[in-house]
Design a protein around this ligand. Structure first.
Ligand code: NAD
Length: 301
């Protein structure tokens, strides 16, 4: 049994922390919104009143926070993990952040006597709820080996892809592929609808061929059902397309399709759909052809 401080109990962090608690670990959760700890308590975990409270006595600190500045603040701020965790504590950052920030934070953690790996995940809310995530891990061999039994509680595919930051680089590629997939799925649905095709039948047969994908399986029926409740918010995918764009520029590579899709994601956010699931990219693409409805709220307040 490991004592784990879990910071960030949102759409992904909450089910992941619950799985760790149900697996018999002593999980102490903390979220900036205290009521988000309730499901963890129901699953046998505990709630802390503050970050330092959660971290004191923990052997492992897991983070599942929105963006690079959040992770930087939670680690290096005055009330941060580096200031309060015991030497040797293993920090597992599940958040999706910039690869260069992840590498820099791992170095800072090492200088403070801590160990840190980046372990961003893919598989969405369903993957988190079913403990079936794909986890791309960056860090030192020994630290990854120490984390592996915990990673395997929340993930099905756990692969050590390289040194610190490498997990985030692979995750950026993941986000490029997923956004591109959603954009093309959306275009195909608009195209089929314009031709009066039987959309559920079309989706079924497309799913059995080379056009089939996890995106098609998970998102097509939601798009057709006008269900854009998140899931993975457009705001977060916009953040990730920013990570992809700047990391590509840094490496001196061109990602022309990715850049176009990044603009479509940005337009979706600018249209007020940032809080919807990333499948709401469909709404922007439908609008380009004068289709779709702007009057529907799709769960927006
Ligand atoms: P979310 O907004 O639902 O959860 C983030 C949580 O962090 C919130 O509950 C928020 O209150 C909390 N938080 C923010 N700052 C905090 C702080 N300083 N201290 C304590 N708590 C703080 O987001 P999410 O969808 O769970 O995503 C989390 C991360 O996982 C992001 O980096 C995202 O890109 C990545 N991700 C999300 C999905 C998905 O499908 N939702 C899939 C893969 C990866």
């Amino acid at each position: 049994m490991t004592t784990i401080a879990f910071i960030g109990l949102g759409i992904m962090g909450s089910p992941m922390a619950q799985h760790l608690a149900r697996a018999g670990h002593d999980v102490v959760g903390f979220d900036a919104t205290p009521e988000k700890a309730k499901p963890l308590i129901d699953a046998g975990g505990r709630a802390a009143d503050s970050g330092p409270d959660a971290v004191r006595g923990a052997e492992v600190v897991a983070l599942m926070l929105p963006d690079s500045p959040d992770v930087t603040d939670v680690l290096t701020g005055e009330d941060g993990v580096l200031a309060h965790a015991a030497p040797g504590t293993l920090v597992i950052d599940f958040s999706t952040i910039r690869p260069d920030v992840a590498a820099g934070l791992a170095a800072e953690a090492a200088a403070a006597g801590l160990r840190m790996i980046d372990a961003p995940v893919s598989g969405g809310q369903a993957g988190a709820e079913n403990a079936a995530l794909s986890i791309m891990v960056g860090g030192v061999d020994a630290d990854v080996a120490a984390a592996r039994p915990l990673l395997e509680v929340v993930g099905k595919t756990v692969v050590h892809v390289g040194p610190s930051g490498a997990g985030q680089t692979v995750k950026a590629a993941n986000q490029l592929i997923v956004a591109g997939n959603i954009a093309l799925l959306s275009e195909a649905l608009v195209f089929l609808e314009a031709h009066g095709a039987d959309l559920p039948a079309a989706v079924e047969v497309l799913g059995g061929g080379l056009a089939g994908s996890a995106v098609l399986n998970q998102k097509a029926s939601k798009i057709l059902g006008d269900d854009f409740a998140p899931g993975f918010r457009i705001d977060l995918h916009h953040k990730d397309m920013g990570i992809v764009t700047s990391a590509a520029r840094e490496a001196g590579v061109a990602t022309p399709v990715g850049s176009l899709v990044a603009q479509l994601v940005a337009a979706t956010r600018a249209a007020g759909d940032g809080g919807l699931d990333h499948s709401a990219l469909y709404r922007t693409i439908a609008r380009l052809s004068g289709r779709g409805s702007d009057t529907q709220t799709h769960g927006r307040p």
